[in-house]
Design a protein. Sequence first.
Length: 159
Amino acid sequence: MAKDLERTNERRPHGMMAPFDQLRREMDRLFADFSTGFRWPEMTFDRSFALAPAIEMHEADGKTIVSAELPGVDKKDIDIAVEDNELILSGEKKSETERKDGDRLHTERSYGSFRRVIALPYAIDPKKVEAKFDKGVLTVTLDRPAEVPDKTRHIAIAG
């Protein structure tokens, strides 16, 4: 093996690490040998839901509207809280599927909790918050206080 490395090093430009190339080839061969004839169980992952749900936020008619995508989550597993200038969305997703194929039973369970904190530039009045949940989308509507100044400043682009 030492002679193989010496010959490989002679053909390589200065600075190339031939021993690591050899190690990589050996590891590739090892994994190829291992997986030949070996059947991995069927693996599926639910990519439609992450640990922090995707949200969309916009303002209209003096209200801030926050929409969160929560596919597969039950309404009873969602918690909405307000604290000063933060809207806190949290909950849990539970999923279980069972499939029978002849004598074989395939069961998958997945559980995951989520928490998303959305900071707003004003204090939230809990009495003026509305929420609805429809087809996996949670929509929370918050009244924007009239005394909150609009801090938006448009910047001109030069050139």
